[in-house]
Design a protein around this ligand. Structure first.
Ligand code: DQA
Length: 138
């Protein structure tokens, strides 16, 4: 099984960025743990701060991989283009947010992406990526 985790803008700063909201672990640390725990899965990670690069990556893998776990960061709340890319590919996408976006500013309450995703995991911290992986395994 081939799964890609995609993180969008500012998520390269995990560990340093607002640790009271996002925790103090870097994504690279977390990803290594995940990879060793789920060694049966062909698991990859991609991060970009650029909207078009996220779309290019979805197009590139979106007809071959078994699943995408996507945290599009703030593009979640703004990007019709990423929503269209998710709708246009075959690979199912699970949307993940580390923080509970519904307990935060109202501009974070709406996602353009959710309706095109298989499911959504919100507010469970970094563990959300693992839960999405478990869901793909089933
Ligand atoms: C986030 C929530 C977004 O509102 C925010 O812009 C992020 C991270 C999360 O994982 O909680 O960058 O997607």
């Amino acid at each position: 099984m081939k799964i890609l985790i995609i993180n969008g803008p500012n998520l390269n700063l995990l560990g340093k960025r607002e640790p009271e909201i996002y925790g103090s672990q870097t994504f690279e640390q977390y990803f290594e743990e995940l990879k060793s725990k789920y060694s049966i899965i062909d698991l990859e990670y991609y991060q970009s701060n650029i909207e078009g690069e996220l779309i290019n990556k979805l197009h590139e893998i979106g007809f071959y991989y078994d699943g995408v776990i996507l945290n599009a960061g703030a593009y979640t709340h703004t990007s019709i283009a990423i929503a269209d890319a998710i709708a246009g590919i075959k690979t199912p996408v699970i949307e993940v947010h580390i923080s509970n976006v519904h307990a935060r500013e109202s501009f974070r309450h709406h996602s353009y992406l959710s309706k095109n995703c298989k499911g959504i995991i919100v507010g469970l911290g970094m563990d959300g990526y693992r839960l999405a992986l478990e869901s793909f395994l089933k």
